[in-house]
Design a protein around this ligand. Structure first.
Ligand code: DGY
Length: 324
């Protein structure tokens, strides 16, 4: 039987590319250059499956090909706000993602950013590398502790829950959480946490605010100027979710005016572009979308895509079907 043709839009860990090449007629992207909209459109007409990721904007216009051959968009990643799932469905194309396997790594990175911002690790590293460190002194680069502070988690899904566990059991933080859908009460009570009824209440009470809600239009600029102003003076904002959730110009003003003490960001509205006003803020720690970036996790994400493809082409329902 002829193998199904799959097109992979970026380089994946080698071990996973090998399995893809064994099981499928796989077209790999050896030079790792992101696809243009035109290349995405051609791929939709040529392959049985397209394996995109966050750097591929698959909107209604890209999906508007006259004769799509692709029947499944097996996304490499948990977030899928770069795909118009509704438009895909209306053309009979199934969308899957890779949840669970990256929750721990992404939660670890949220904690990394909390520590880096609170303890001014980015500033310190820049000072050392620039040869500007004059030596130990009692008042040098004083930051804030995590222990005993209140962490407000916005979006209490898998990743938000892992952040709560790490922050509570690892750092003795008090947890409050807001989720517009529902709160996992058992995880919350295990962490001695408290659910709050509104985002505004969370912002007024938290020393650290960590974002774990989905991106896309529904949460675009959720953290706008007004909401940033509600945060406590001396507090920190952490974003490992999606860039569009934060109004970056408003955040840059809040950081430079001292409305909040710092921000730790892994994601940006127009990746890989960084708003110049944000890059100018010493009290912002800026990472290049590393949330799931451990070899183990990136391999597990690839295995999850494989699992979804095998199920789909075996006429079973894929485990990670995304709904619009
Ligand atoms: C995810 O899995 O959503 C990561 O942010 C990469 O897309």
């Amino acid at each position: 039987m002829a193998k199904h043709k799959v097109i992979v839009t970026r380089r994946w860990p080698e071990s996973i590319e090998q399995v893809l090449a064994e099981e499928f007629d796989a077209v790999l992207n050896k030079n790792d250059r992101p696809f243009s909209a035109e290349q995405l459109r051609s791929a939709l007409g040529e392959a049985d499956a397209l394996l995109p990721t966050v750097t591929d904007k698959i909107d209604a216009s890209v999906l508007d090909v006259s004769e799509p051959r692709v029947r499944i968009l097996a996304n490499y990643g948990v977030g899928y706000s770069h795909i118009d799932v509704f438009a895909a469905k209306s053309r009979g194309i199934v969308v899957t993602n890779t949840p669970e396997v990256l929750s721990e790594c992404t939660a670890d990175l949220a904690l990394t950013l909390m520590l880096m911002t609170a303890r001014r690790a980015g500033e310190g590293e820049r000072e050392v590398r620039a040869g500007k460190w004059s030596g130990w002194r009692p008042t040098h680069m004083l930051g804030s502790k995590l222990s005993g502070k209140t962490l407000g988690i916005v979006g209490f899904g898998r990743i938000g829950q892992k952040v709560a566990e790490r922050a509570h059991f690892g750092f003795g933080m008090n947890i409050i959480a807001f989720d517009s859908m529902s709160l996992n009460e058992s995880v919350l009570s295990r962490c001695d946490g408290e659910g709050v009824g509104t985002l505004d209440e969370l912002l007024k009470r938290a020393d650290f605010v960590s974002l774990h809600c989905p991106g896309g239009d529904s949460n675009r600029n959720l953290m706008n100027r007004e909401r940033l102003a509600m945060m406590k003076p001396g507090s920190f904002l952490i974003n490992t979710a999606r860039g569009e959730i934060v109004d970056e110009e408003a955040l840059a003003s809040a950081l430079s005016n001292g409305t909040i003490a710092g921000a730790g960001l892994d994601v940006y509205a127009a990746e890989p572009k960084i708003a110049p006003a944000l890059a100018a803020c010493e009290n912002a720690v800026l990472l290049p979308h590393l949330g799931s970036a451990s070899l183990e996790t990136r391999e597990a994400m690839g295995m999850r895509v494989l699992e979804n493809l095998r199920a789909f082409f075996g006429d079973e329902q894929p485990r990670d079907l995304v709904t619009s």
